[in-house]
Design a protein around this ligand. Structure first.
Ligand code: DGY
Length: 332
């Protein structure tokens, strides 16, 4: 690959505000256009940006579809996503337009796994309800039967998707005394499986019928779109909880709302939604549900590291090498 370094600094357009230090470093290195208002860009604004830059830095709130790539007119060469999930980017259209796509894996694994663990604890132990009770001034004091939830220790956790984040969740969950079950396209190597004493289930439904808490940690792809729908809720145990800090689209929202309303499952912990930032009003009203605003990776350290990865990917690409975090179609 020929070096691009000899040419002028690449024109980089960033679609949202990034941590201050990341923006400052980008301004030193690149001919960068920042979005100082932080307003999400319309499709027209994204298409316009794509036609005026060598590198677009989008994030999960941008829909980078075929129209954006088609409208880029050949100048855009790299789509350096700020984030690990790339389901908002049409990878086939990127390939057709000869635009390379990169993401930021690894640096948000622990933060996201912490948030999953927080939800695993919060939902069965009714943390959000208890907090609201105290704030509302309605707490009448300790009582033997007050605010009872369910014990975590000894329960079966079913992890759907055993990539980096799934494994980090498993490690945490083991420390809380949960037994680990997982469904993944590929079985983990023996040593890893033994390390976390995990049981692999080839069949997702068979696992769902047996576990007490389900956490979704797979990427959103055409294969995982609405992976959990009415028939999955029908086979889960009535006392089961579902946790989703991956992507809202993995769960069919309507089926989830109906399962909660019918008491088909006991509760849900959700950090992501199908139509973000809109949240189905039935979820707002449902008991036993903890709702968070897509904040799994929201730590200062994590967002800084994500920015550094974006910068590294752009620099390596600009030097004429393959960026470390190139996303290959079909792998996401
Ligand atoms: C990601 O990186 O995909 C998160 O969902 C947003 O940080």
């Amino acid at each position: 690959m020929a070096s691009r370094s000899a040419r002028s600094r690449p024109k980089v357009i960033v679609t949202r505000r990034l941590p201050q230090a990341v923006e400052a470093r980008m301004a030193e290195l690149f001919d960068v256009e920042l979005n100082l208002s932080d307003t999400p860009m319309s499709e027209a604004a994204l298409a316009d940006a794509a036609s005026r830059c060598d590198v677009l830095v989008p994030t999960v709130t941008d829909r980078i579809d075929a129209a954006v790539f088609a409208g880029a007119g050949g100048r855009l060469k790299l789509c350096a996503n700020f984030g690990v999930g790339v389901d908002h980017i049409d990878l086939a259209a990127a390939r057709a337009a000869e635009v390379m796509v990169t993401n930021t894996p690894g640096v948000l694994t622990d933060d996201t796994a912490d948030m999953v663990m927080a939800l695993i604890l919060s939902v069965p132990r009714r943390l959000a309800e208890g907090e609201k009770l105290v704030r509302a001034g309605e707490w009448q004091g300790w009582s033997p039967t007050g605010m009872l939830g369910h014990r975590i220790t000894g329960k079966r956790l079913g992890i759907v998707g055993m990539g980096r984040i799934g494994r980090a969740v498993a490690t945490r969950a083991r420390a809380f005394g949960l037994t680990i079950h997982y469904h993944n396209r590929h079985r983990l190597p023996d040593a890893l499986e033994q390390d976390i004493e995990a049981t692999w289930w080839d069949n997702l439904d068979a696992m769902l019928a047996r576990v007490d808490i389900i956490t979704l940690n797979c990427p959103h792809t055409p294969e995982t779109h609405h992976l959990i729908g009415a028939s999955q809720f029908a086979i889960m145990q009535r006392h089961a909880y579902i946790i989703n800090a991956a992507r809202g689209e993995i769960v069919e929202t309507n089926a989830l709302c109906e399962a909660l309303a019918a008491g088909r499952i006991a509760g849900a912990g959700l950090d992501v939604f199908e139509q973000e930032p809109a949240v189905d009003p039935r979820l707002l009203a449902a008991p036993g549900v903890v709702l968070l605003p897509h904040m799994g990776s929201a730590t200062f350290e994590g967002r800084q590291a994500m920015g550094e990865k974006v910068i590294a990917n752009i620099r390596v690409w600009h030097d004429g090498h393959r960026p470390p975090d190139q996303v290959l179609e079909g792998w996401a």
